[in-house]
Design a protein around this ligand. Structure first.
Ligand code: ADP
Ligand code: MG
Length: 141
């Protein structure tokens, strides 16, 4: 069942990410979809904070991903936007991010659907603009 929440600013979207993070266990993957500026990175920032990341959490737009050490193990934050159509890419490129005990957040998952282990996907999150600073956050299942 899809859970829908409306937020009126980035702080509320971070709180939604933090709330989702409480349901996660090592090995889980969370796909985070939405247009540019919809709040994907903001949502993941809230999740990573609540999982114990203390340093800066920036968008991995210009690298494929960042790895953090959380309170209970490795945390990966990927942005697959630039992987679209890179079929010649080294297939092992993303392996370190998907270590067995890592919790993984994936922005732009639809750009490279074979880049993550489907059987590990715990939640699919979709963010969308509702006007101004408003955002709709839908979480499956
Ligand atoms: P994405 O990763 O989807 O491209 P970001 O999280 O990087 O999006 O950026 C979202 C931008 O929108 C930020 O500048 C943030 O401050 C702003 N913003 C305004 N309102 C909201 C909201 N309700 N939720 C999330 N971000 C918001
Ligand atoms: Mg982003």
């Amino acid at each position: 069942m899809t859970k829908t929440e409306l937020t009126a600013g980035p702080e509320a979207t971070e709180r939604a990410g933090a709330e989702l993070a409480r349901t996660l266990a090592p090995g889980d993957v969370v796909l985070v979809s939405g247009d540019l500026g919809a709040g994907k990175t903001t949502f993941v920032r809230g999740a990573l904070r609540s999982l114990g990341v203390e340093g800066p959490i920036t968008s991995p737009t210009f690298v494929v991903g960042h790895m953090h050490e959380g309170a209970s193990g490795p945390l990966s934050h990927l942005d697959l936007y630039r992987l679209a159509g890179m079929s010649g890419e080294d297939p092992g490129l993303l392996d370190p991010f998907f270590a067995d005990d890592a919790i993984v957040f994936v922005e732009w998952p639809e750009q490279a659907t074979d880049a993550f282990p489907a059987e590990r996907v715990k939640h699919r999150v979709r963010l969308s603009h509702t006007g101004g600073d408003g955002r709709r956050i839908e979480v499956d299942p």
